[in-house]
Design a binder for this molecule. Structure first.
Ligand SMILES: C[S@@+](CC[C@H](N)C(=O)[O-])C[C@H]1O[C@@H](n2cnc3c(N)ncnc32)[C@H](O)[C@@H]1O
Length: 328
């Protein structure tokens, strides 16, 4: 198929007042539980997205460079195997590693469209503008939305699609929601489509914990930023300096948790919700889990969603894996 000649950008946002409600509902629900908790998507405002990009450059954060290495080694094979003309990326962020795949599609002369899907509006716009310049002839259809709720708004396919979900983001779902998410994704995939999924592997917990608690303190800033989001968006009065970043690997569940620990007793008011929240000294608020996988768990999660594993690409040190699957 020949690439289209006109480069075009279209960005549609599906986030609206209902999503402000989502934040409000998540906070009301999460801060009134016995173990206080917030979903990780609220970590990614514009500042949070910048901090995440900085994390990806840290020496301790092996995930990004390992996944990039795997993609560099395998991109040509993946593109040949899938014949994809379109790349749909969930949680696209700054789409840095995506270029490796787009380059391979361009070299194979199949590349027609890139569809980034992310909750961070500024990121989707910036990526759309940058990538149409870098790939003449490719169009971009950005979707500003929640990949748990807005996948039905993807544009109609132009041909075989490669869905990509990188960075180990799938690990942020607890196991039940992970399977529900994969089933939802399978429903929007067609028989010619493939899914390329990046997952972090179970390994020595010290390596994992260092990746989420770096010596420069960038991950701590990223984690604490969610309190600034609540202060700004919901008129809360968190004293950010009285919380500290915590990361630990839960060996039984094989996931890492990020939490924010109150350094002393405190009372927080969330004005928009008319909510008063008490934190006991050392009480913790969970802000993210990131599950680590074995190949067996990955295969069974995919199978439970009706997806068949085609290939597993892993680095020589078995730190990270990128799997290719299709409808089973
Ligand atoms: C861990 S980062 C990964 C970014 C990039 N894919 C990478 O591999 O470096 C997660 C990305 O998913 C986005 N995200 C998180 N939750 C989301 C949701 N529910 N819907 C859409 N995007 C989401 C964040 O804004 C962020 O860009």
């Amino acid at each position: 198929m020949e690439p289209i000649l006109d480069s075009t950008i279209e960005v549609r946002s599906y986030l609206g007042p209902a999503d402000e409600r989502t934040l409000a509902d998540d906070v009301l629900d999460g801060l009134t539980r016995p173990l206080k908790e917030l979903p990780p998507k609220h970590l990614y405002d514009a500042r949070g997205s910048e901090l995440f990009d900085a994390i990806c450059e840290l020496p301790e954060y092996y995930q990004t460079r390992t996944e990039r290495l795997i993609l560099r080694t395998q991109a040509q094979t993946i593109v040949a195997r899938t014949s994809a003309v379109e790349l749909v990326e969930l949680g696209s962020g700054s789409a840095d590693k995506t270029r490796v795949l787009l380059d391979a599609m361009e070299a194979a002369r199949t590349l027609r469209r890139y569809v980034p899907v992310d909750v961070s509006e500024t990121t989707v716009h910036a990526v759309a503008e940058r990538l149409v310049e870098e790939y003449p002839g490719m169009s971009v259809h950005g979707v500003v939305g929640d990949f748990e709720r807005h996948l039905t708004h993807l544009p109609s396919p132009l041909g075989p699609r490669l869905f990509v979900f990188l960075g180990g983001t799938i690990g942020n779902f607890p196991p039940g929601s992970r399977r529900r998410f994969l089933r939802g994704l399978r429903k929007v995939m067609g028989p010619d489509d493939h899914l390329l999924l990046g997952t972090d592997l179970v390994k020595d917990p010290r390596i994992i914990e260092a990746a989420y608690d770096d010596s420069a303190g960038v991950t701590a800033q990223f984690n604490l930023n969610v309190l600034h989001v609540l202060n700004r968006e919901l008129g809360a009065n968190f004293d950010v300096d009285r919380f500290e970043h915590v990361a630990f690997f839960d060996r039984k569940r094989e996931w890492i948790e990020m939490r924010l620990r109150a350094t002393e007793q405190q009372h927080v008011r969330v004005e928009a919700l008319d909510l008063d929240v008490e934190f006991a000294p050392r009480e913790e608020l969970r802000t993210e889990i990131s599950a680590k996988f074995t190949p067996e768990r990955l295969r069974s999660d995919l199978a439970a969603a009706g997806l068949e594993l085609v290939e597993l690409y892993t680095d020589p040190n078995k730190l990270f894996t990128v799997s290719l699957s299709r409808l089973g």
